[in-house]
Design a protein around this ligand. Structure first.
Ligand SMILES: NC(=O)c1ccc[n+]([C@@H]2O[C@H](COP(=O)([O-])OP(=O)(O)OC[C@H]3O[C@@H](n4cnc5c(N)ncnc54)[C@H](OP(=O)(O)O)[C@@H]3O)[C@@H](O)[C@H]2O)c1
Length: 305
């Protein structure tokens, strides 16, 4: 099968190779899928850069939609041929950007949810759900989602609205209107952001979620709330925290179960993660470059079969 993977750590566009290898064999509790679509995320590039040292080669592509083609020992409740979606494991010699992939965790892909929309969900849904939980969001809170044009932020806005929060969002122009339609008050993230947010909120917001840690505006975000601990950021593990913000518990459980719930909502047209574009597996460089630009404007999805 064709797979996108790296044999040494380094810059993604330098170390990634599209190559042929044997399909993986599902271990106990795993399924194998014929991959239809695979979402690409910043985590893929972090893996290439050495996020998790260990055995090589290592695959990329951490969110998958496909049809089941093999079951590992002990797997029940899913049939060969069934459409599923799920997160792909981070540390295998192949991952989701492959013609076949192993999954430890999967959910039925509901009728009405196409494979491209499905592959856009796992990472954004799990991360946004975990972030809002770490933030401690409650019904009636006013919440700023900074970086609502990221896929994580876009998901978090919709989830926070469902929580019954008043949501203010910073985003670029691409999805500003869609975020307004989802129930957020939207402003730009450039100069004057703090003042614009405070004007919209009528003062400080209760909580702020930083879904764009790469924008490095934590001192500004702290000025949107009453106390630094009211800001949660997805800063990378091990980040220093002189500012006293909320970086979450290192042992916070992953919220994979949300993927099934939000896949159902997405199939009913009540939730979405925007897709910037779809690319053939052999065009992975174009997709990777768009993601690495920091301005993907939605999920980049490989169309594999
Ligand atoms: N800790 C975890 O478990 C975890 C898991 C997943 C992701 N993450 C992190 O979460 C963040 C979001 O990931 P993602 O995949 O959703 O990102 P993404 O979609 O690739 O983010 C790209 C988007 O960011 C927006 N953006 C660019 N510059 C910005 C700025 N200065 N301020 C605010 N927004 C800006 C742009 O949208 P607009 O200009 O159109 O608004 C762009 O399309 C990343 O930093 C990622 O590493 C963490």
């Amino acid at each position: 099968m064709r797979t996108l993977r790296f044999h040494e750590f380094g810059a993604p566009l330098d170390v990634l190779r599209l190559e042929d290898t044997a399909p993986p064999t599902p271990g106990p509790g795993q399924i194998r899928v014929v991959v239809q679509t695979c979402g690409l995320t910043p985590a893929d590039w972090a893996l290439c850069d050495g996020l998790f040292p260990g055995d090589l080669p290592r695959g990329i592509g951490l969110e998958v939609s496909g049809t089941v083609d093999a079951l590992g020992d002990g797997v029940t409740g899913v049939e060969i041929g069934e459409p599923v979606l799920g997160p792909a494991p981070f540390t295998g010699p192949t991952a989701g950007a492959s013609e076949q992939a192993l999954l430890d965790i999967w959910f039925p892909r509901p009728p009405g949810l196409d494979p491209t929309a499905a592959a856009a969900l796992p990472m954004a849904v799990e991360t946004a759900c975990r972030g809002l939980e770490q933030l401690g969001i409650r019904t009636g809170d006013s919440v700023l989602i900074h970086g609502a044009g990221t896929t994580v932020g876009y998901a978090a806005v919709q989830m926070a609205v469902r929580h019954g929060a008043r949501v203010i969002a910073t985003a670029g122009k691409t999805y500003a209107d869609a975020l307004r339609a989802a129930g957020a008050e939207v402003t730009g993230y450039g100069d004057g952001m703090v003042e614009r947010v405070r004007t919209l909120a009528g003062g400080a917001v209760d909580l702020t979620l930083d879904a764009a840690p790469f924008s490095n505006v934590l001192p500004d975000l702290i000025r949107t709330v009453e106390a630094p601990a009211h800001v949660f950021s997805f800063a990378p593990p091990g980040s220093t925290n002189e500012l006293g913000i909320n970086l979450g518990r290192p042992d916070a459980p992953l919220r994979h179960e949300a993927i099934g719930e939000y896949a159902q909502l997405a199939s009913e047209g009540r939730f979405s993660v925007p897709v910037a574009g779809t690319f053939a597996l052999e065009d992975w460089r174009t997709a990777a470059a768009a993601s690495l630009s920091g301005h993907a404007h939605g999920k980049l999805v490989l169309q594999i079969s």
